[in-house]
Design a protein around this ligand. Sequence first.
Ligand code: NOJ
Ligand code: CA
Length: 557
Amino acid sequence: MRLTETADIWWKNAVVYCLDVETFFDTNGDGCGDLRGVGQRIDHLADLGVTCLWLMPFYPSPDRDDGYDITDFYGVDPRLGTHGDLVELITLAGDRGIRVIADLVVNHTSNAHPWFQSARASRQSPYRGWYVWRDEPPADQHEGIVFPDQETSLWQYDDEAGQYYLHRFYKYQPDLDIANAEVREEIQRVMGFWLQLGLSGFRVDAVPFLLDTTGAEDAGNLPDPHDYLRDLRAFLDRRHGQAMLLGEVNLPYPDVRRFFGDEDGDELTMCFDFIGMQRMYLSLARNDPAELVKSLRQRPATTEESQWGTFVRNHDELTLDKLSDDERQEVFDAFGPEKEMQLYGRGLRRRLPPMLGNDQARLKMVYSLLFSLPGTPVLFYGEEIGMGENLAIEGRGAVRSPMQWTTGPNGGFSTADPEHLTAPVTEGEFGPEHVNVAAQRRDPDSLLNWIKLLVRRYRECPELSWGECTILEHNAPAVMAHRSEYEDGAIVTAHNFGAEATEVTLGVAGSGVGLRAVDLLRDGSTELAENGSLTLQLEPYASRWLRIVGPGDRYLI
Ligand code: NOJ
Ligand code: CA
């Protein structure tokens, strides 16, 4: 591998950090985080080693779905700042080697969007055909509802329009009709606009729903939705050349594979690994890595330019929708037994540290897995310091409480009165007195410093993200071990999912003569046995990364 390839295809070993501008850092004391605030905290992200910042929607919005209900695709919500503030942030980030991407939420608009207002007002409106209308809802209108706590149908009757409209999500989010050529062109214009302002790509919201043309059958001659995704990618490549599309596609592996495109990977650049994430939680619940191993074996290979986006938590509920009912119940029993922790019958509105009883060794093991398994790790703000959820906030908002910077008022997030904050600060064991950036910067054993170390090593070892990953067989059932190889580099990792210390012997080379395994996360090295095996003593929840080196190797270790 030429090292410059890792710069050209930068997303393949990026460290992505997702944040909600509203809850990150407030600079003007109005209780709402802002774009200037993200700029002021850019060195926290740089220090962490982030290389790509993903901004959740910052567009004008009635904010009924935390900004995923948009009234102007070309605007910046005045509560968060201006276009000027965004450009300043992109400039600051660029100086620190951080690219910026943003949510592209074009499956739907807010019902307050002027397009929808016009569309509903008259059948003659030029925007009428931008949405999906029916005189009668179809028989299957109750199937596939995403938010079953709030919605009972995918179709809503609109008095003003005198027809039903399709909404895959909340009823205040009418679906755009991508079978309509004008809509497709407009989406490209939106992308072109933000690329011109300096974004390096998009996290594409709800891709399978965006491509689904159900309801638009009447139009006849429907275009192949994947052709459309291919068009979007080609447009992106023409306009920018080094931008990427990171898609939200929560489907079984064979179906997700299609969203990368055919053999040449010409659709989404990256897809989140929802299946691996769910199997990882089942493995954690069982203290047994078998399920995670199984999913890694089933996970389709990517092309050289594509990549999986791996994650432990995101801004939504921890969805367990692809597990069987019994498996999901196991995860609920282990990590979210109370009803108020669960959501939509399929997920948990919790962050990881409280799920694990704040066991630091176990938490560190999970993040070590995230950074060592093949893929591009995506962090959600607050994970780096082990923030907990705030169940006092409704629904999915429980994991979107204000970032905890210091022990000061409002955890250093804002100088506003607590009752004016956009979301309440977490209290108790996971509140800012116990969990905050300032204290963890100074504590060498903190989760923050552990994650910084993982990020540094991950970036230094492109074998992990670029290489071939092989699961190593052995006889310690609680241990997962894998080997990542690229050209002449080889990294071996071992993770103990169990609460007991254990020993594991791994075959890591054909012959061990002259070879050593050098620890990358701690001091020390171990000689390989003559037969090429490596024996490790693993503490409970141990995480080990080792580079296999011979006498002539010139790796900096
Ligand atoms: C998926 C997003 O992750 C979620 O937060 C949002 O509510 C829906 N799409 C609708 O945009
Ligand atoms: Ca503010």
